[in-house]
Design a protein around this ligand. Structure first.
Ligand SMILES: [Zn+2]
Length: 726
């Protein structure tokens, strides 16, 4: 149900009230998706109380605690923060607080060094420069340059510049007669974003001895605007750390693919782990990359390979020799997930799950401690509500993940450990990684939950402009699409980002467990990602100086969770879901040689599913308007809705990547979104046998879910024609 449709006809008296006494945008709408009129009024009161609790001062206080020291996964400080969160949650009044331990293959540098040995000698500092304006930048615990899951080794070899390090870049080099086999490749972090693990895998496949990934000022430095500490962009020596784990093949602990690494679990051998790279890798600031690029020699690089440094970039290949030495401690270590609940008053076995990762590459000003601060204010508010005797209908489960930065590790292990229970009980997962790097709202959701996200956005105000968050969101999506030169208006049909790739903790829940997911963040100019400068100072000067967006995130996150937890009928919209799947099929149909694949049966199944979704939607709205649903029928409708999401799973998974089981959503190796993943990959390869088989599997899932929708619709209609819920 869309917001506009829900306002139009059903709750007419409430709509009239709105005309007589316009309500400010911060109050609840007159009719809520999934609620009866009476329950809507009750929910509005609950939300009003909840929204009054989070405060900017508390957000800032929590943010300072989390950003005071570097807290990488596996470090004593990060483990101390796990205990801190557990203690806070107990104090706040949350229930069933516990810390879960996973023994995982971790990663840490012992030492790294890099020097240019010819034609000139240059020893890379591999360090970020301190600034007096920001005392945190002098912290002795800050690491030097390193990439998680690099292998150890030592090599002296010629240097080649390979642009973004994507396969087509190596094709170009080959055409120029330049091989990278046994050499060291220098590539840049690129825009649009391509996960650094994909750059590492590509270099490994090309036979390179090592890959150096540097931050070009054209991407996130002075070419974009003022740099730290005067602006939000990356200064000369900023280093984008990160992991290169091949978690696009299977995320989580590389030695327990598909099962939880609880103490005593079976571990596979390192040599058999498909997500472990077999290449040395190191990140560089442009300060350290500059001498390498200046002396690399060889032919001039093409125009679109040029960057923001003030000289012509060359391809290299023989003139410049580089000596690289990396010594890693990649061994098994404990990671800790903190878990808490607020047990549901009426439906304790239906769970709304929420999470944020705790581990940071350095201080984690934005990534992830902005989100951690928002989570701590969310839980304080929920705890206070509980003390006032306000308990949600369903159970809220809240988790602080560990090792997200290494390979989505903590959430994956937890999701694998509880997958059977989650498939029975979970309503949805709401992820907040970084909560705030600026004022631009970004909301993503599987399409069945897009209407809920839109509806809630109407009830908040953008702190900077005072306009409804919905309008501010629309305006920022419009600006972003204009920048990407994507035309067409932003409407309700395309406002929510329903293209969900990987790269954060929602992955296990969506792609492995089959839970619908929502992701929330506020975005802005941000050039210090995974560097030391992503810290408390950065947030207080650029990202969110008044912590207003942090506060808004706590409120928004909580209200969405409360809607899901308190709704009479879970607010899924399967008509909109079907339309979105239809778009995925339309996009697939634009591929090459599509005459090989008859999409007609699939299209007709999608059409039937959409139609059945719209009918259920109408029946639900009528039943809610009548307000006479029996608890038993509510339960049946809600359990069917939860089952429907699970039915998108193919137990066999995507060919070659069996851990990824969702038929609608997947991710490319770059982390980019990939719709209808198994089918799309088969089409792209021209493997028509697999494509036909996958299209048939998808058609069957659509049929199964259409029948499910029709059954519940009939039950609802029967109950209404009898004049009462039974
Ligand atoms: Zn993060």
């Amino acid at each position: 149900m869309s917001h506009l449709r829900s306002l139009s006809a059903i709750i007419l008296p409430a709509f009239c009230t709105l005309l007589i006494a316009p309500t400010p945008p911060s109050s609840a709408p007159q009719s809520m998706l999934g609620f009866t009129a009476a329950a809507s009024r009750q929910e509005a009161k609950v939300e009003q109380k909840f929204r009054a609790i989070p405060s900017p001062a508390e957000e800032r206080r929590q943010h300072r605690i989390f950003t005071a020291e570097p807290h990488i996964a596996g470090s004593p400080r990060n483990n101390e923060l796990a205990r801190y969160i557990a203690a806070q949650w107990k104090k706040q009044g949350l229930e069933d607080v516990r810390i879960r331990r996973y023994d995982v293959y971790s990663t840490e540098p012992r030492s790294t060094s890099l020097e240019l040995v010819s034609p000139v000698h240059y020893v890379a500092g591999l360090r970020e420069q301190p600034y007096a304006a920001d005392p945190d930048t002098s912290n002795k615990a800050v690491s030097s340059a390193w990439l998680g899951m690099s292998i150890s080794g030592e090599v002296t070899a010629p240097l080649v510049y390979a642009h973004s390090g994507n396969p087509e870049d190596y094709d170009y080099l080959r055409k120029q007669g330049i091989s990278v086999r046994g050499k060291i490749v220098l590539v840049r972090y690129s825009n649009p974003y391509s996960y650094r693990g994909f750059k590492a895998l590509t270099a490994e496949r090309e036979g390179a001895a090592a890959v150096l990934i540097y931050s070009d000022p054209a991407e996130d430095g002075y070419k974009k605007g003022k740099v730290f500490p005067d602006g939000p962009w990356g200064p000369e020596s900023h280093i984008q750390r990160g992991a290169i784990t091949y978690d696009f093949i299977v995320p989580g602990d590389p030695l327990t693919p598909g099962w939880a690494s609880i103490p005593g679990a079976k571990h596979i051998a390192v040599k058999d782990a498909r997500s472990l790279p077999k290449i040395m890798a190191l990140p560089l600031s442009w300060h350290d990359a500059k001498p390498l690029l200046e002396h690399i020699g060889g032919p001039t690089a093409p125009k679109d390979w040029q960057g923001g440094l003030p000289f012509a970039y060359h391809l290299g290949g023989k003139d410049a020799q580089v000596h690289l030495k990396i010594d890693m401690d990649n061994s098994i270590k404990p990671y800790y997930v903190v878990e808490a609940r607020i047990r549901g008053a009426q439906l304790p076995d239906q769970w709304v799950v929420m999470g944020n990762h705790r581990d940071a590459w350095v201080f984690g000003g934005v990534d992830p401690s902005s989100g951690t601060a928002s989570m701590m204010e969310l839980t304080r508010a929920l705890g206070q509500m509980l003390r006032q005797g306000i308990r949600p209908k369903r159970t809220l489960v809240i988790c602080s993940w560990d090792g997200e930065e290494v390979g989505l590790t903590g959430s994956t292990e937890w999701g694998e450990q509880f997958q059977d229970e989650l498939r029975k009980k979970a309503v949805a997962y709401i992820n907040v990684d970084s909560s705030t790097s600026g004022p631009n709202f970004e909301g993503s959701a599987v399409a069945s939950l897009a209407p809920l996200l839109r509806e809630v956005s109407h009830t908040f105000q953008d702190p900077a402009t005072g306009q409804p968050l919905y309008e501010a969101w629309k305006a920022s999506v419009e600006r972003a699409r204009k920048e990407l030169k994507e035309n067409g208006p932003v409407t309700d049909a395309n406002l929510v980002d329903t293209r969900i790739g990987s790269g954060s903790d929602h992955t296990v829940f969506l792609n492995h467990v089959g839970m619908p997911v929502i992701g929330l963040d506020f975005d802005g100019p941000y050039g210090v990602y995974h560097s030391m400068y992503d810290d408390f100072y950065w947030i207080n000067h650029f990202g969110d100086p008044g912590y207003r967006y942090h506060t808004l995130m706590s409120q928004l996150w909580g209200v969405i969770a409360l809607r899901l937890a308190n709704a009479d009928l879970l607010p899924f919209d399967f008509g909109e879901y079907g339309d979105n799947i239809g778009q995925f099929v339309d996009e697939l149909a634009k591929g090459k040689n599509m005459s090989q694949l008859d999409l007609a049966p699939l299209r007709s199944a999608v059409g039937n599913f959409s139609a059945a979704g719209r009918k259920l939607d109408l029946a639900e709205r009528q039943a809610l308007a009548a307000g006479n649903l029996s608890p038993a029928l509510e339960q049946q409708v809600n359990e069917s809705a939860m089952q429907l999401e699970r039915n998108w799973l193919n137990p066999q998974g995507i060919p070659g990547r069996p851990w990824f089981k969702h038929m609608l959503y997947g991710a490319r190796y770059t982390y980019a979104h990939l719709e209808l993943p198994a089918l799309t990959e088969a089409v792209e390869k021209g493997d028509w046998t697999t494509a036909r088989a996958q299209a048939e599997l998808l058609r069957q899932a659509l049929e199964k879910n259409t029948r499910l929708l029709q059954e519940v619709t009939k039950e609802l209609q029967d109950s209404q024609s009898q004049g009462r819920g039974n």
